[in-house]
Design a protein around this ligand. Structure first.
Ligand SMILES: N[C@@H](CCC(=O)N[C@@H](CS)C(=O)NCC(=O)O)C(=O)O
Length: 211
């Protein structure tokens, strides 16, 4: 059985959803830096001390994008990720790269501006310019969902589990999503999936969607 290190309110929720959607058995190990829970155990297997981290047959495996694709490949019949020879495969990678390398990264300076400077004015400047960037990204996401229920069209995929996870961070960053006509309905569609609901309940995130 694989071991899964996760922490609530982080990007590891996407992997957690994938494991439940795919019905892959796992031993979950919760990590909390605040509560000093299983941090040393995580550091033994994750070179950067980050979640998500899996241990598969004794070998550590990290990085959300690689993990999502790996897990989907274990259960191809579930049809939750495009096959490599399908035209949507590259589109899925495009979205995953956007979510992981662009969209997600904005939330760090927004929530933790004090890591860069103690000066409140400079913190505000960092936060305001980050909010502008997030809004541009939200516009892009919203317009991509105008004629599509999900990122790849009419079918839900693990790419959506990742975007859903990061969109949830808007709530903690006090960013309202009400101006985006398509994002809240999209999040509600995903929220109602039994596997997603189970994970949100387990991670104490049922109050997840920013209004
Ligand atoms: N590129 C990594 C990012 C992983 C990451 O940043 N994990 C965060 C939670 S979202 C973390 O563990 N932060 C704790 C730390 O860096 O000390 C991935 O996609 O999995």
């Amino acid at each position: 059985m694989l071991t899964f290190f996760y922490s609530t309110q982080t990007c590891s929720t996407a992997t957690h959803i994938a494991l439940e959607e795919l019905e892959i058995p796992f031993e979950g190990i919760e990590v909390s830096w605040k509560r000093k829970l299983n941090v040393a155990e995580l550091e033994k297997i994750s070179p950067l001390g980050q979640v998500p981290a899996l241990v598969i047959e004794g070998k550590p495996f990290t990085q959300t994008i690689a993990i999502l694709e790996y897990l989907a490949n274990q259960k191809p019949d579930k049809d939750l990720f495009p096959k490599r020879d399908h035209k949507d495969y590259s589109k899925a990678l495009e979205w995953l790269s956007f979510i992981g390398a662009d969209f997600q990264k904005n939330f760090i300076p927004l929530v933790y501006a004090q890591r860069w400077t103690d000066d409140k004015n400079t913190q505000n400047k960092i936060q305001n310019s980050t909010i502008e960037k997030i809004q541009k990204h939200l516009d892009y996401i919203d317009s991509s969902l105008r004629n599509n229920d999900y990122l790849l069209g009419s079918k839900y995929s693990l790419v959506d589990s990742y975007l859903f996870t990061i969109l949830g961070w808007c709530k903690w960053a006090n960013l309202s999503l009400s101006a985006y006509k398509n994002i809240i309905p999209y999040m509600n569609r995903i929220y109602q999936r039994p596997a997603v609901h189970k994970v949100l309940e387990k991670e104490d995130l049922l109050d997840f969607i920013s209004k």
